[in-house]
Each structure stands twice: as structure tokens, then as C-alpha cells.
Design a protein. Sequence first.
Length: 209
Amino acid sequence: MNFRDHLRDLYRKFPNWFTLARIAGSPFLFPLVMAGQEQFLGTSFRNIDIAFVLCIVLGLTDLLDGLCARIFNQKTVIGAALDPVADKVYIWSTILAVGIPADHFTWTVFTFAADVSLLVFGVVGLLIYLFEGQRPGMVGANICGKGKFISLCMFAGSLVLIAAGTPSVMILGVELVNPGPYIHVAAIFAISSIIGHFYSAFLNRKHSS
């Protein structure tokens, strides 16, 4: 497949629409959060409430794109490459819109740097695919990357809930609004994901030589 074929897959395969929706919808979090306590378009809902709902909807698109791609056999290279990009745009738009809490600043910046490294690695993997042919493990997220994304979702969700005036949510005696542990776990998953990608790249190079 050439580059044009991959671009056609982007709009012909409907699971990719969920990925694109995640990218397109993320910037709307900024004005909603910045005007958080104001009423949304004259309704009884605050902007921060709409921002929380939008976070959930955008998060669900991450589940839907992969699920639909598998169920309807519409997996594409461009979709696998864009999915981690969409995840990063979504999650960091949420975190930056709410603001990084001072007591988690170092861990958040560290995780952000690791996430950017993963993005660069993904771009390199995509280029290798386009010019040398497919190499499993070079394109798309690995299991640690998904763990990182889930942890960051919990971290971002906690920040949004705190901003919305809901500092505590208990389920079965477990406090869910707890940003600290989530960002720590996300950082560990991020480093593990980087190591996993490098290991996959090493094995692929070894097998192809």
C-alpha cells in the first residue's frame, strides 16, 4: 500500500472516525474548563459539567475505535498509528486545560516527557513501516501503553472532578478521586511502554537480519 491508500483508509474505515473525533473534540475542553463555573449556553449546567461529560465521551471513543476495528475486521495501519496520537491529544488537553497541580508537577512533567518520547517512537515506527514494510510492534500501542492511558484517564478525571467541586467519590470503600497514585502508575507504565517498544524493535531487527 502506498501513502494515498493509507489516507483513503483513514476516511473509508469507520472505526477511524472515532479516532478523528477524539482529536477534533479535545480542543473544546479548554474553553469549557476555563469558563468552568459559568452556565453552559444559558442552561442549568456549568461548563465544567459539560467538560466532564465530554471527557467521558472522548474516552469512550478510544474503546469504540479498537472494538469496531476488530469486530468488523477494519484494522488499518493508519488507524493503529493515529490511535496513540489521539490518546495523547485527548489526555493532555484535559490535563493542561484543568491545570497541573503543584504537588504532582514533577511526576506529571516526567510522564508528559515519556509520552512525547513514545509519540516520536511511533512516528519512527510508522516511517519504517511505510518505507520497509510492516514490522509488528513498531506501530500502535502496546499493553503498557494502554495501562498508561487508563492511569492518565483516572488522573485527568480526578482533576476534572476536583475542579467541578467533587473532591471525593467512594466506591466500595475505595477513594477514586486520588490523582497522586494515578500519575505515579502512569509514569511507570510509560517507561515500561518505552522499554517494550525498544525490545520489540530489537527483536524485529534481529529476525529480519
